[in-house]
Design a protein around this ligand. Sequence first.
Ligand code: URA
Length: 209
Amino acid sequence: MPTASRRSGTSLEILREEASNCRACPLWKGATQTVFGEGPQTAQIMLVGEQPGDKEDLAGKPFVGPAGLMLDRALVEAGVDRNKVYVTNAVKHFKFVPRGKVRLHQKPSTSEIKACRQWYERELASLKPVLVVAMGATAAQCVFGKITPINKNRGRLIDLEDEIKALVTVHPSYLLRLPDADAKAQEYKRFVDDLRIAADLLRKSARAA
Ligand code: URA
């Protein structure tokens, strides 16, 4: 697996301040603000999503909209306390196209993911978590530094670097978009099962500490 550059572990607060002025790609121009990661410096799990949505862009916090509610529910069911995990995104500015009064989400490009990866790398170096959970294709591309298919890799622990493990799963927005109720329930259960792997690893690492 590729190695993220392990720069000195600058505190998350300093990184957040630096990232607030990021101009590494053009997305800052349309966005309200940088939405940096959130969670305790001591977090052992780092959850990575795609990019802030409309609500996150306005609030300046990751996963506070509909996908965040879905994530919160799944974390509770899996036995993971959101207050103890660090939640961030591969891309830290909202990418959208305006359509009248609404801002329609746009998938970030590879060049935008690459430009923003420095922040993920520095968050990783600062936190040194036990586990990184990549939710969806953009997150997986950021975490592994290359396009990484979800279905082929999901639901198992993958060695990342420096004894950090990675876990790939779907993005909660994918569950929200599924039109069929049965498929939705089934996929939601699989998502919770994936997050249970994170909960188990955390229990084991707490026992080993
Ligand atoms: N989707 C994401 O990937 N991240 C957020 O913060 C919100 C929605």
